[in-house]
Ligand binder design. Sequence first.
Ligand SMILES: Nc1nc2c(ncn2[C@@H]2O[C@H](COP(=O)(O)OP(=O)(O)OP(=O)(O)O)[C@@H](O)[C@H]2O)c(=O)[nH]1
Length: 672
Amino acid sequence: MQFLVGPGWWRGRAITACVSGAACRMLPLPLPVLSRGAAARSRALDSLHSSAERKEKIDMSRFPVENIRNFSIIAHVDHGKSTLADRLLELTGTIDKTNNNKQVLDKLQVERERGITVKAQTASLFYNCEGKQYLLNLIDTPGHVDFSYEVSRSLSACQGVLLVVDANEGIQAQTVANFFLAFEAQLSVIPVINKIDLKNADPKRVEKQIEKVFDIPSDECIKISAKLGTNVESVLQAVIERIPPPKVHRKNPLRALVFDSTFDQYRGVIANVALFDGVVSKGDKIVSAHTRKTYEVNEVGVLNPNELPTHKLYAGQVGYLIAGMKDVTEAQVGDTLYLHKQPVEPLPGFKSAKPMVFAGMYPVDQSEYNNLKSAVEKLTLNDSSVTVHRDSSLALGAGWRLGFLGLLHMEVFNQRLEQEYNASVILTTPTVPYKAVLSSAKLIKEYREKEITIINPAQFPDKSKVTEYLEPVVLGTVITPDEYTGKIMMLCQARRAIQKNMVFIDQNRVMLKYLFPLNEIVVDFYDSLKSLSSGYASFDYEDAGYQTAELVKMDILLNGNIVEELVTVVHKDKAHSVGKAICERLKDSLPRQLFEIAIQAAIGSKIIARETVKAYRKNVLAKCYGGDITRKMKLLKRQAEGKKKMRKIGNVEVPKDAFIKVLKTQSDNGKI
Ligand SMILES: Nc1nc2c(ncn2[C@@H]2O[C@H](COP(=O)(O)OP(=O)(O)OP(=O)(O)O)[C@@H](O)[C@H]2O)c(=O)[nH]1
């Protein structure tokens, strides 16, 4: 197998001496005023939040660097990250133990409705062990590939991870992807085999997979049931024993990394920070290395999991900071904050997220443009992996072309706009970022470069002006029970994929690696894979650059007129089937009119698919029995004029809601 980790990498990690687990007390760390158990503490915290006057705050200097552990929980989708986080919050007294604690860190409505984590969440836990007071900063991360940018950013604030693997499903595609994110970041990895209570759980088999694929000895795996709470204490002990404290210097000038941020309409930007050096307190004057703007810190604190103000934050700690940043551009994820009087070298920050799909977004009603603009700006602050370019369209007016990490990401963004900002939007057909190497001197001059990226199909240059087209490709990993391998290989072939590797991770599970054109997997590949493997196969992918491709621009025409919003770029071999699908869908959403409507898909001047909406011949004389002949003539003339007028304009009048319906159906169905 190609990417097994070399032996011994794992054992080199730092280990902090820790006392035996038996002596650890699973108690909440009592604050001076909050010492009567979790319930009292919870009540006290409520009052802390409600009363700005409250003086007693946690003294964070009580947590020296050696008593701090910063870690993320990473896993494949649904392997139990958020449930494990619930149990850790309960065990440390951060929340009361009740039967209602289900994925408490998944706070967004979209997360609760879809049952998935889309946003990484931080929680600081206070834990007493052998007389020592530990500060454990936990970050619960999403599992779906579209949100892996959240995972990689979260890892920058950590020294270790809990790699959770389902005891029944075993290692899946995102387990591998997330493990390598942690491995490349040189973090300590604690494998946790979860759901051992399941009837079909086979932790021994999963241990062997972990040993084979990640070279982690099986005796390092911790077997738990996060749902029932079985053996979860050992996870806390392992965090203390196996994850090293952060390497930081409190005496140095402040260096705080902004690794996430959210927007609160009353308090402005709330930046999640990891302190690499120094100390920050309320009242400090700080500078953003990115914008060079100076701010006064209004509040610092930790997330417990709600905001809990503190006097200060010290190097090694992870918390939040509010400093009157009102404009969304002021709080860049990856920025370094430092003290006004003590400039420092900024931290490396993050590679920016690379969008995989682009779509046009427009307000349903243009009068809503400014409201939508403000909503998009605020939401992109909470989700910095979305890229935004201004755009406009003849039919839909002013809007944006947004870049997303995948279709689920696009759907979630849309849902959040609707739910959190009450915004109603139109999304156009999603497209992947193609490239063209230009041959036309005129175009090269216009674009000021020879190779251009096309994120709007309407701007796809003609073949006569191009040396070659390039399409984005990804290296995909499929993990499946062996019995589905044949069918999956056929599916991959149909998606123009090239096989790169195949390896057995145990007696009956196969890991396949394929190079896929991104366009072929971004929409419905995952659904097809799930349906032909009865839900057992998993899929993940990573960017693998570009390859030459025979691409064509496909226009959709209504009675000979191009519909700009429905222009798509497709591979030459797929043009017919995609064109047919769009025409059929458009036919369903256009009302019949007084004349026939030809819906056509065309490549250049060649029509490749056609549907017809029959004319609705209104019998305007139906109510004129007998009667006056001049009245009949008048009505017939009016009908003819109506037809003539539409034809004369040379355009079909598409009711706006019908048009919106087509665009919405496309993105809802995700079929194109
Ligand atoms: N039987 C059993 N079910 C579990 C256990 N842990 C989690 N689950 C269930 O597995 C499902 C997924 O759990 P989550 O905690 O949401 O998983 P996740 O990894 O956070 O999911 P994403 O954030 O969407 O990737 C839920 O229905 C949980 O109740 C366990 O130990 N045993």
